[in-house]
Design a protein around this ligand. Structure first.
Ligand code: TQI
Ligand code: CA
Ligand code: ZN
Ligand code: ZN
Length: 277
């Protein structure tokens, strides 16, 4: 819902020529409009009066991406805007929560089901990609993931095109690649993938499904975006080697903050040896 509203706002304001700090040259009128749209979509504040404050939004964006905070457009920030990215804002307007209560799973065992597959890859490949993505997160935390073949599950995974029953229709090839809901009942935790994208697994052109699944499951577990460019949860698909990736220290620290660390067998042994009874 939030996404839809912000998009509309972006569209409405795109017609106006609002004053915006801008470095001379380099940036065309068209790029300029696109930049205004981008900022309205991803950095809109919740109050209307602030909609015109582009300098603030550029600053917010520069802060988020760890650039120097000038409040002025430059090629660096244009470059980030051009990268494929997520459809939801980096800075959520305050007062909006999809689900009340804690935004994390409360059970140590989280179930998942792959409800609808893509025809672009063999089902067994998708099973394996999803399994490996869950494993990356599970390895670092106390969570266990259990696949269920049918019936209810905490995280339901499916491929879909265009409108698919939530309020966030996909947009055809390009643009949004996928989305996921934060932990909660019903649609909470579910992850949807745009089947109009060209999904691949390895060194081929197209979008790397293992990477995007790992990123989406991060959202399904309650992670928001990271401003660390090495993180899987960084909000752009800019990785040079998306087929050969691992969770970054930043991802690991953030997931452990939510769910705690997995104690390995040596820790437990050590503790038992050293706990006076
Ligand atoms: N989709 C966004 C994303 O997953 C939409 C989204 C879902 C979102 N939950 C969110 C945004 C919570 C903010 C907060 O980020 S996307 C990438 C990346 C997308 C983008 O299609 O733009 C990946 C999906 F990072 F590469 F740009 C997956 Cl990996
Ligand atoms: Ca798309
Ligand atoms: Zn959806
Ligand atoms: Zn994301």
């Amino acid at each position: 819902m939030q996404f839809v509203v912000l998009f509309t706002v972006g569209f409405l304001t795109s017609g106006f020529s609002l004053p915006m700090p801008r470095e001379a040259g380099e940036i065309s009128e068209k790029q300029w409009k696109e930049a205004q749209n981008y900022l309205n979509n991803f950095y809109a504040s919740d109050t209307e009066k602030e909609l015109s404050n582009f300098e603030d939004k550029i600053k917010k964006m520069q802060r988020f991406f760890g650039l120097s905070i000038t409040g002025v457009m430059n090629p660096n920030i244009m470059e980030i805007m051009k990268q494929p990215r997520c459809g939801l804002p980096d800075i959520a307007p305050s007062g909006f929560t999809l689900f009340p209560g804690p935004r994390k799973w409360t059970s140590k065992i989280v179930t998942y089901r792959i409800a609808i597959y893509t025809n672009q890859l063999r089902h067994s490949r998708v099973d394996s990609i999803v399994y490996r993505a869950f494993n990356m997160w599970s390895r670092e935390t106390t969570l266990y993931f259990k696949r269920v073949p049918r019936g209810p599950a905490d995280i339901i995974i499916r491929f879909a095109r265009r409108a698919h029953g939530d309020n966030y229709p996909f947009d055809g090839p390009g643009g949004t690649l996928a989305h996921a809901f934060t932990p909660g009942p019903d649609i909470g935790g579910d992850a949807h993938f745009d089947d109009d994208e060209k999904w691949t697994e390895g060194y081929k052109s197209g979008i790397n499904l293992p990477f995007v699944v790992t990123h989406e499951l991060g959202h399904s577990l309650g992670l928001s975006h990271s401003s660390n460019p090495n993180a899987v949860m960084y909000p752009t698909y800019n990785k040079n080697d998306p087929w050969d990736f691992q969770l970054s220290q930043d991802d690991i620290r953030r997931i452990q903050q939510l769910y705690g660390k997995k104690r390995n067998v040596w820790d437990i042994y050590y503790r038992e040896e050293n706990t006076p009874s």
